[in-house]
Design a protein around this ligand. Structure first.
Ligand code: ADP
Length: 677
């Protein structure tokens, strides 16, 4: 019994142990599972933690960057704003607050457009709309109103971010620049106004000056008429009388003196008128091929005589490069040289005067610069006077008491400048002066120069077999009327004369002339009016009318031609001009003297024993004999013979003979004889 109980207890114990073991087994399994779970969870947690760490670091970095940008935002001197999609300020930086004078709370959440100047609101809205359409950043300018009521100009650069719908914008205060611009615009306006006023003023003074100039021109035209009209008669009649076969050699000499004096007087009148013309701005250079050699020779001969009379030496120093044939205004060039050499001789008491000629090439092979210098050992010119002497009517120093007009240098300068050249002076008082002219000229050829000098021979009579031309002279000056009548009747024209325009019209009606010489100025009715009326009459279109005028102004030609005249001839005229004009308009043909072939002189040749030495003895003797007997026919015969052997020498002698300077030729012949074998 005890045993059973024991066995039972033992069994029970065993059972319990077994159960415990099972429970332990279960427990272990559960524990293992738990441990596995813990390990898994730990792993999960650790990786989550790592992820978190990375995110944390990234967030910190972003924070830092935001902070950095915020710093920029805070410290930027330029305005920076962010606007919400609805246009309200989301953020504004201190620069904006400071400039506009608002607290942050007064701006944030308020529409930015409320702060834009009323005049600029539309423009700003348009800009913003454009901005949203285009997407890229845009620039524009507008005004913002500050809290104190003033406004500032801002220059914006804004960018719209479509994904956020926000606009980021920066702006710079350009108020000062705008004000400067406005000031400038105001100044410009003022300036424009000022320019307008000044232009009006100068237009007015120009008109006044023009009126004064016109008055001056009128005066000149009158003076010219008054002075040149009688000169026309003096020169014309002495010319006619000289060609009278009955005139004695003595009378011819006297007539030559009258002619020369007349020409000289005309020259003087011309000089004064010339200056006046320059001053009235009515002068132009007239270039043509010319012989520099001949010009220089003329001047040195003319002035050489004066120099010799004063015991001065006038020498020519010509470089071999100095061109002989050039295209220039010969008359003006000659005048400049005469003025400069004339002054040098006038203002030098002892020593010498040198005319120095050279030239320099230019880039253009046809263009040369002439350098003409006139140097003297005379009184000189004080430094302070050296620029003044080129002014009209200025005479300086004690030399100013010398006879002169004070016009020579003024004319010389004007002429030089008209020809695009320059004139200057270097002088030391007591030692002398050097005037230099620097002149650009085109080179020319000998044949071009000869062409301008063709002599067609003197008109003797009308060729037979032509209509009996009727020529009407309308001229109030009886002397001039007579002169022209003699000239025309002399070669066979039929001539009638009227004393004024009205008489001229009457004669036109009754006599039907082919050609009318119409004086410009006449009492009762002037030439222009008479011409107009004749043109309106029957046959008035067919008659040739040529105006005769003593005006110095070539441009009056237009006025004269506009009145209906065919041409214009200036007084004093040469007979040749009258005949040529008739030939041109009526087709008249003349019988002429045999034309003289032009003799060309060699400018390096001067009259002296040396050039005459090669002449045959009998020819020399014939010339000498004719000269001593003053037999002009024999003189010209001998010169013609010489010319047939040596044209240059013939030309040289002919020129002396033409000036009646027989003594110079005789002198050269006689010293030659003395020096000869
Ligand atoms: P004019 O000789 O008729 O007085 P110009 O115009 O030719 O007029 O000269 C003006 C002035 O310049 C002269 O009066 C003289 O005082 C001065 N002058 C000109 N050339 C010379 C010179 N070669 N030497 C000294 N003085 C001169």
């Amino acid at each position: 019994m005890g045993d059973t109980r024991l066995k039972k207890a033992y069994d029970q114990l065993e059972q319990e142990i077994l159960e415990r073991k099972r429970a332990e087994e279960k427990l272990r399994a559960a524990k293992e599972e738990l441990e596995t779970r813990i390990a898994e969870r730990t792993f999960e947690l650790r990786s989550a933690n790592e992820q978190l760490q990375v995110e944390l670091a990234e967030r910190k970095q972003a924070e830092k960057e935001r902070e950095q940008f915020f710093n920029f935002f805070q410290i930027s001197p330029d305005i920076m704003v962010i606007a919400e999609p609805d246009g309200a300020f989301r953020k504004v930086n201190p620069a904006a607050l400071e400039l506009l004078g608002y607290a942050e709370a007064e701006l944030v959440s308020r529409p930015f457009i409320d702060f834009v100047h009323p005049d600029d609101k539309q423009l700003t809205l348009d800009e913003m709309a454009q901005q949203k359409r285009v997407g890229s950043s845009l620039n524009f300018e507008n005004r913002y109103v500050c809290k104190d009521g003033t406004s500032r100009w801002l220059s914006w650069r804004a960018n719209y971010y479509a994904n956020e719908g926000t606009t980021y914008a920066t702006a710079r205060d350009i108020t000062d620049r705008k004000r400067a611009e406005e000031e400038l615009a105001k100044y410009r306006e003022h300036l424009e106004e000022l320019v307008k006023v000044r232009t009006a003023q100068s237009e007015q003074s120009k008109q006044q000056a023009e009126a004064a100039n016109q008055a001056k021109s009128l005066f000149l035209a009158n003076m010219s008429h008054e002075l040149r009209t009688p000169m026309n008669a003096i020169l014309g009649f002495s010319g006619l009388m000289r060609s009278d076969p009955d005139a004695t050699p003595g009378q011819r000499d006297n007539l030559d003196i009258i002619s020369r004096s007349g020409e000289h007087l005309l020259d003087l009148i011309d000089k004064v008128l010339e200056m006046a013309k320059i001053e009235a701005g009515r002068m132009a250079a007239e270039s043509a091929p010319c012989d520099m050699g001949a010009i220089i020779r003329d001047v040195t001969e003319l002035m050489g005589e004066r120099a010799r009379e004063k015991g001065l030496e006038l020498s020519l120093d010509e470089a071999s490069t100095f061109p002989r044939f050039v295209t220039a205004d010969a008359a003006k060039l000659r005048q400049i040289l005469i003025n400069l050499v004339g002054n040098a001789v006038k203002f030098t008491q002892q020593g010498h005067v040198t005319l120095r000629l050279s030239s320099t090439p230019t880039d253009d092979p046809h263009l040369r610069r002439l350098v003409i210098e006139v140097e003297d050992t005379g009184v000189g010119i004080a430094w302070e006077d050296q620029s003044r002497i080129f002014e009209p009517f200025v005479q300086v120093g004690t030399a100013g008491t010398q006879k002169g007009t004070g016009l020579g240098l003024a004319i010389s300068r004007q002429y030089t400048e008209l020809m695009d050249g320059a004139i200057s002076v270097h002088s030391s008082p007591g030692a002398g002066s050097l005037f230099r002219v620097d002149l650009p000229v085109q080179l020319a050829t000998e044949s071009q120069v000869l062409k301008t000098q063709v002599d067609t021979g003197t008109v003797l009579a009308l060729q037979p077999g032509q209509p009996a031309y009727r020529i009407l002279i309308v001229e109030d000056q009886l002397d001039n009327q007579l002169l022209l009548r003699r000239l025309l009747e002399g070669v066979g024209f039929r001539v009638q004369a009227a004393n004024n325009g009205a008489e001229g019209i009457e004669l036109f009606r009754t006599w039907h002339p082919h050609f009318i010489w119409m004086d410009r100025r006449m009492p009762v009715m002037d030439g222009l009016e008479a011409t107009r009326r004749i043109r309106a009459l029957d046959g008035g279109r067919d008659v040739k009318i040529v105006s005769l005028t003593a005006s110095v102004f070539y441009e009056q030609r237009d006025e004269v031609l506009a009145a209906g005249t065919d041409d214009l001839v200036r007084k004093p005229y040469h007979a040749e001009e009258i005949f040529d004009c008739l030939a041109e308009h009526l087709g008249v043909r003349y019988l002429r003297e045999e034309p003289v072939t032009p003799l060309v002189e060699d400018p390096s040749m001067t009259l002296g024993p040396a050039v005459l030495a090669p002449l045959p003895t009998d020819l020399r003797r014939e010339l000498q004999d004719a000269l001593i007997r003053l037999d002009t026919k024999r003189i010209s015969g001998a010169i013609d013979l010489i010319a047939s052997q040596d044209t240059a020498l013939g030309a040289l002698l002919a020129r002396y003979a033409a000036r009646l300077d027989y003594t110079a030729i005789l002198h050269a012949l006689q010293s030659d004889e003395g020096a000869g074998p």
